[in-house]
Design a protein around this ligand. Structure first.
Ligand code: 13P
Length: 280
């Protein structure tokens, strides 16, 4: 059965030097297109339900929807809670069939972040699923400022929480609409030198594709979260579908028209992270 945990896809990625796409889903059409993209590329994929997705659709529905896609897929698929902010929310995701829980305590002081993340990791591991945590703080374009990850804190966080994946702040910022940012490779090297835990980059849309490809193959970064670049493609394709045929009103027909363009965009994004991939 191709429904797997986060550790189940990140440990092979760490060993074999590639990264896996954590693709931000907002509903059925994009999630289905991302699984088709992963199948077409022969690569694993992580379907992520973040805060705005959960605000729109209850977690049990998302869990059932993503599991249905995973169980029918020909490649490994992880059903992942992105940026869980409370223990209760993480438990609800677990009860809804998610195979990976991200607890985001990155706005809290270090000791509190460690304590709360360790509790979620324990919950996840007792149920046979995975946990991702965040150390340092990844900011938001035109929003909160980042706080870079300190390598010593990262080593302690990994040791004391027992997370399966660790999101780090190394120049990455969420919600960037261009790829002009770049990651601080010296800081990445300093972090990977002090831990064996697979590393995660949030805000993957803002990272130049050549750097994504390079780091996927040469560093301990095993997961790039990608949302904005795919959501932009969804918006563009939806606008085109509506303009192309102003008489079209049926929701299924309209949304069907966006699946091929977002599948193509997801394939290109996943290829940048693949073992022998590179900028498309
Ligand atoms: P982007 O939307 O900036 O690609 O970030 C996605 C993300 O990190 C979700 O956690």
């Amino acid at each position: 059965m191709p429904l797997v945990t986060l550790a189940g896809v990140l440990q092979p990625a760490l060993r074999e030097h590639y990264a896996v796409g954590g693709l931000v889903c907002l509903g059925w059409e994009d999630a289905r297109a991302y699984v088709r993209a992963a199948e077409a590329e022969g690569l694993p994929v992580i379907l992520q339900a973040g805060p705005s997705c959960r605000k729109h659709t209850p977690l049990p529905i998302l869990g059932a929807m993503f599991r249905q896609l995973a169980e029918a897929a020909s490649v490994p698929v992880v059903v992942h809670l992105d940026h869980g902010y409370t223990f209760e929310e993480c438990r609800e995701a677990l009860d809804s069939g998610f195979t990976s829980l991200m607890y985001d305590g990155s706005r809290h002081p270090l000791a509190q972040n460690i304590e709360e993340t360790a509790r979620v990791a324990e919950l996840a591991h007792a149920a046979g699923i995975s946990c991702e945590g965040e150390i340092g703080f990844v900011g938001y374009a035109e929003g909160e400022e980042s706080r870079g990850t300190d390598p010593g804190d990262a080593a302690r966080f990994a040791r004391e929480t027992q997370v399966d994946a660790m999101a780090i702040s190394v120049g990455n910022v969420h919600l960037q609409q261009n790829r002009e940012g770049g990651l601080d490779e010296d800081r990445i090297r300093a972090i990977e030198a002090v831990t064996d835990v697979p590393l995660v980059i949030h805000g993957g849309s803002g990272v130049p594709w050549a750097q994504r490809a390079h780091l996927a193959r040469t560093s301990a970064i095993c997961k790039f979260n990608v949302g904005t670049e795919l959501r932009m493609e969804f918006g563009r394709a939806l606008r085109a579908a509506l303009t192309e045929d102003p008489d079209r009103f049926d929701r299924v027909q309209i949304l069907s028209a966006v699946e091929a363009p977002i599948e193509a965009a997801a394939r290109a994004a996943l290829r940048t992270l693949a073992p022998n991939g590179g900028p498309a």
